[in-house]
Design a protein around this ligand. Structure first.
Ligand SMILES: Cc1cc2nc3c(=O)[nH]c(=O)nc-3n(C[C@H](O)[C@H](O)[C@H](O)COP(=O)(O)O)c2cc1C
Length: 205
């Protein structure tokens, strides 16, 4: 029902069984050591010029800023509250005003690639989570400015997304059942992929 979907069976683990559940076990906790492994996965992701133009703010369910930050979630993302931890991604939007002149942190980061790199770091977290028997679900549905305010994100960074991490709990009732039963779909390969030139859909044969 969830993963692997028939098309994704060709993939290797942990790509094969990755999917984005919305029903998390509210009693599950992620050990600090496991959280550290997850953030290391982000840290070792590639980035343009090795700029690593992002910061992750790690929130543990029920601890510190978690409750205040949850108030910034969009209505459709109330499910995030039950995740064991949330990694909020913030992308660097300009040079650090306090950085040493000439240092990496003082340099401008092209916005498109900063977002690209942040997404890539997030993807690495989701795959590391799966490899550890956990599930991850990325989301953008929150008041990004309010979230930045709650977490004290400085002006040269902007909150971009969150990664909810935890243990999947099969839902038994409510809208999560319908939500998680939805088939996972992708655009047809001929629409999304090209073989050597734009006008040749993949596979061209
Ligand atoms: C940048 C980004 C933002 C997303 N925002 C939300 C969101 O606000 N709420 C949500 O439930 N899912 C969100 N998702 C999850 C996608 O809906 C999901 O990845 C997509 O439907 C494919 O499903 P799969 O991850 O199970 O393959 C987001 C994913 C990404 C990468």
């Amino acid at each position: 029902m969830h993963a692997p979907t028939p098309d994704a069976e060709v993939l290797s683990e942990p790509l094969r069984s990755r999917w984005s559940p919305s029903s998390f076990d509210p009693a599950h906790e992620v050990a600090d050591g496991d959280l550290d492994v997850l953030v290391q996965a982000a840290r070792w992701a590639p980035s343009r010029g090795n700029s690593q133009p992002w910061v992750l703010v790690v929130l543990r369910r029920g601890v510190g800023n978690h409750a205040a930050w949850c108030e910034t979630l969009s209505r459709g993302n109330a499910w995030v509250r039950r995740a064991s931890a949330v990694l909020v991604t913030a992308v660097r939007t300009g040079p650090d005003p306090d950085a040493e002149p000439g240092s990496k942190a003082a340099r401008e980061v092209p916005a498109d690639y900063a977002c690209y790199d942040t997404g890539q770091a997030a993807a690495h977290v989701t795959l590391q989570a799966r490899a550890m028997g956990l599930h991850a679900h990325q989301f953008s549905g929150m008041d990004l400015d309010a979230a930045g305010g709650v977490l004290g994100v400085p002006g040269h960074f902007r909150v971009l997304s969150g990664i909810a991490v935890g243990r999947h709990l099969e839902p038994t009732e409510g809208d999560l059942v319908e939500r998680e039963d939805r088939p996972r779909e992708r655009r047809p390969t001929g629409e999304a992929l090209r073989d050597g030139a734009w006008d040749r859909p993949w596979p061209s044969a």
